[in-house]
Design a protein around this ligand. Structure first.
Ligand code: FE2
Length: 339
């Protein structure tokens, strides 16, 4: 098993590269560290590569880079994958910061680029856009969530943080509650991309900046229940849902097995678990299902068949109590909110 430590960057294809570069530099506040005719590499202001844009006819996220322990031997990674029946290839200089990587496809067709070492881009002291701290997580839609989760846990060393029912999975590879999400949907596609910002004041600043540029929030500000991050969502010019978040749950010690206690947690302590289908999407904030076109998981229909993936925990008593109260008040069954 490989042990992934963090997400590097996501590659996005766009039919309008110039427009996408403008959006990610001027509004998101990433730094343009390299530009070729059909490609652009963007990093945070602190020099951490975050997004690679490539010209393409469709809007997709075909590749995701993931870092393993520095100094790991790429040849050894190839042989370990081969032993597990996975065909991979070594690639050089995939970005200015990553000189060596091993690429292979995950079960839903995304190419993963595993790299041991990276170089930071030069510091960018300009003050532009939201200026996130890092590329925080990426959520994908795919038909076989259980199969993909098993692959990420067994082959890549991810840990299960939370499930919503058996159709939405949150996996961690570091202290962060989740670095990848998988949502059941018949069609494999990108669901959303999330950038971490410093704090609540950056959420406010981002909301103002987006409004000034005629981009309305599609959801938020909210505090989620699963992951407990404060978040806002909007669509970028290509229609990709972008999230800015802060305050995501942290698991500082895997042996302790619970997220750092916070007053807004529903459980004492807050451990990874399966949340009921009717768990609200957010603890506070507008109870929208979020951006309709990306579904905000609302597109996924929970199925009655049980999950193949064993996951610990019980449905939250508090969420059920709230749902029951809402039902009683309205006389109608409450609609499940999904993250
Ligand atoms: Fe997210």
């Amino acid at each position: 098993m490989l042990q992934i430590k963090r997400a590097g960057h996501s590659t996005l294809t766009t039919p309008d590269l110039e427009r996408a570069v403008d959006y990610f530099t001027r509004l998101v506040g990433l730094s343009l560290v390299a530009r070729e005719k059909d490609r652009a590499i963007l990093a945070t202001k602190a020099g951490l590569e975050a997004i690679v844009l490539e010209r393409g006819s469709a809007v997709e996220a075909p590749r995701l880079s993931l870092q393993i322990a520095p100094g790991s031997d790429p040849g050894e990674i190839v042989s370990r994958l081969k032993k597990a029946g996975i065909k991979s290839e070594r690639r050089s200089d995939i970005t200015p910061g990553i000189s060596e990587a091993v690429a292979f496809k995950d079960p839903k067709g995304t190419t993963l680029e595993i790299f041991p070492d990276c170089r930071f881009a030069p510091d960018d002291d300009t003050f532009t856009g939201v200026m996130p701290l890092k590329f925080g997580h990426i959520a994908y839609q795919c038909p076989d969530v259980q199969g993909v989760v098993q692959f990420y846990c067994d082959m890549l060393g991810f840990r299960m943080s939370d499930w919503r029912g058996d159709f939405f999975a949150f996996l961690r590879c570091s202290r962060d509650h989740h670095t990848v999400n998988f949502l059941r949907d018949p069609k494999a596609a990108i669901h959303h991309i999330a950038f971490e910002v410093r704090d609540w004041s950056d959420i406010k600043r981002a909301s103002d900046l987006l409004a000034k540029n005629d981009i309305q929030l599609t959801w938020g500000p909210i505090r989620h229940i699963i992951g407990h991050n404060i978040a806002i969502y909007h669509k970028n010019p290509d229609g990709v849902v972008i999230e800015f978040f802060t305050d995501l749950d942290q698991m500082h010690d895997e042996e302790l097995g619970f997220f750092e206690p916070r007053p807004w947690h529903q459980d004492r302590p807050q451990r990874p678990k399966v949340w009921g289908d009717d768990t609200r999407s957010n603890w506070w904030g507008p109870m929208s299902r979020g951006s309709p076109s990306h579904g905000d998981a609302g597109a996924a229909k929970p199925e009655s068949k049980p999950s193949r993936q064993a996951a610990p925990g019980k449905a939250p008593a508090l969420a059920h109590a709230r749902t029951r109260a809402a039902q009683k008040k309205s006389g109608k069954p409450a609609k499940p909110r999904r993250r």
